[in-house]
Design a protein around this ligand. Sequence first.
Ligand code: 2AM
Ligand code: CA
Ligand code: CA
Ligand code: CA
Length: 257
Amino acid sequence: MMETNRLSELVKSWLYEAGDRIKQALSQPLEMTEKTDRTDIVTNVDREIEQFFVNKIVEYFPNDRVLGEEGTNRYLEQETERTWIIDPIDGTLNFYKQQDYFCLMLAIEQESGESLGFIYELMRDELLWGGEASGVYLNDVLVKPPANQTLVEGIVSLNSGMLLENTFALQTVAKQAIGVRMVGCAGIGIKEVLLGKQAAYISYLQPWDFAAGRIMAKSLGIVVAEMNGQELTMTQRQAVIFATPATYEEIKKMQEL
Ligand code: 2AM
Ligand code: CA
Ligand code: CA
Ligand code: CA
């Protein structure tokens, strides 16, 4: 088993290399294709960066399981020591339209070793990474557990579709909060909550959208839950909340009205 320190340094070096590749790719035209609808898109860069990570993982850890948004499904039926979960570019629509407000996410879930999460907001040079035992770091600086902001004190990040439809009474949530943001990038929304800048993030998420953040949330006292109170699974899209404990309790009460 590779020691946590060496593993995190190795993964950080991959993320920085992937970041350089993405910045270079932004100087050339992007090839875009639609997946399920016109807002759900993928570019050649998403696919290239996922393949870049898969190649690195296979080179260093040939027996590990790997799950990636853009089609990677390696050894998923086998029991292995480690599972890697890759979101090569999170916020692809922003990446394509704005060349900003996107991030790279990696999660390493380990049975006996420490699980680690990485959220790399490339255009701000901010890498949030860590695990339950190591603590969470923003680049090289240890992140303190955030203040337990209530909803009226806090800014919340919401999925725009869910707000428009008033799913989970999100219009009431939005009215009570001091402000609402809809950046369109799960990793950035989660990162703001982990850093104590926002009180909650709510959206429909896939495993690769929440895996890295969920690992880091543990040592920071941030609640991660499914909005209907179900277990979070690694196999489907679910309504997920990341929040301070106080804000979580308030939003949960609104569901019971
Ligand atoms: P993605 O860019 O990696 O696909 C945008 O609302 C946020 O939700 C992004 O973080 C996006 O991740 C995520 N998301 C998850 N499922 C999505 C879907 N089916 N369509 C659009 N965005 C989705
Ligand atoms: Ca996508
Ligand atoms: Ca994503
Ligand atoms: Ca993605």
